[in-house]
Write a protein that binds this ligand. Structure first.
Ligand code: MG
Ligand code: MG
Length: 267
């Protein structure tokens, strides 16, 4: 069952989305060499609760923390432990907050200190891929138009698109129907209509798109040990087009949903 949200529900998700976005924004600003992932997690939980939300991830299928923190070859679901960030790390943070019964889900990657040009390019292309996917979230388009746009941009840039994990509908539950793959042919799947709320989340890799899960049962890493980046937004499709409910006050432009790629710059 795909749930279509009323304007009232979308307004609650918009307010919840501000909690998620504001907290993620602070985490991205705060993360620096020497800081442990556990410290970032504590900060996230405190900020979400202070703002009237509940950390959605904490206890979700037994997940022990409020954020997923992923360094370098970790793609998603990294448990924030005692690892201390190092200069040159690529850090991806995934975060969710539940507010008045509705979930918003968002992720972003950032470089710690002096990161390589290769890592910067991977992060940029991943964020661009997300924005191009969001731009396809228009009434009358088909679901697979989103993933097709993501895949085209990422692969044209020489990167891999993770297949094993996908985006999703979002609302009263974090993971609702439909699944939103980041790949595929265009023109397939449901017709998009106003009231649909999706978490679109490209996971893009420097090398192979194959991933594996570590023995902790959570941490997903690239099979070849190369870098991965992850950007995610919760978006409502409205009569005015896609509305990003987790838009941050940094690293993005408010017109991001209208993003079109410029000439690809060689790395
Ligand atoms: Mg997420
Ligand atoms: Mg998600």
């Amino acid at each position: 069952m795909i749930s279509i949200k009323s304007p009232r529900e979308i307004d609650i998700m918009r307010r919840g989305g501000k909690i998620t976005a504001g907290t993620l924004s602070t985490l991205l600003r705060t993360a620096e060499a020497g800081m442990t992932l556990r410290e970032l997690d504590r900060l996230a939980e405190r900020m979400i609760r202070e703002r009237g939300g509940v950390p959605t991830f904490k206890g979700y299928n037994g997940f022990p923390a409020s954020i997923c923190a992923c360094v370098n070859d970790v793609v998603v679901h990294g448990i924030p432990g005692d690892y201390a960030l190092k200069d040159g790390d690529l850090l991806s943070i995934d975060i969710g907050a539940t507010f008045e019964g509705y979930v918003s889900d968002s992720a972003a990657s950032i470089g710690i200190g002096n990161v390589s040009a290769a890592a910067q390019r991977l992060m940029r292309v991943t964020q661009e891929s997300l924005m191009l996917g969001i731009a396809q979230m228009q009434e009358g388009n088909r679901l697979s138009d989103i993933g097709h746009a993501v895949q085209q941009h990422a692969e044209a840039s020489g990167y891999g698109v993770v297949r094993a994990l996908v985006g999703h509908g979002v609302g009263r539950k974090m993971h609702e129907e439909p699944q939103v793959p980041n790949f595929g042919d265009p023109g397939k799947g449901i017709v998009l209509r106003s009231g649909l709320c999706l978490a679109i989340e490209p996971m893009i890799t420097e090398g192979t798109h194959e991933v594996r899960t570590l023995p902790d049962g959570w941490t997903v890493v690239t099979a070849d040990g190369k870098l991965a980046a992850h950007f995610e937004h919760t978006i409502a499709l409205t009569e005015e087009g896609p509305r990003i409910l987790t838009l941050r006050d940094m690293l993005e432009h408010p017109d991001a949903a209208n993003y079109r790629p410029k000439e690809e710059i060689a790395a």
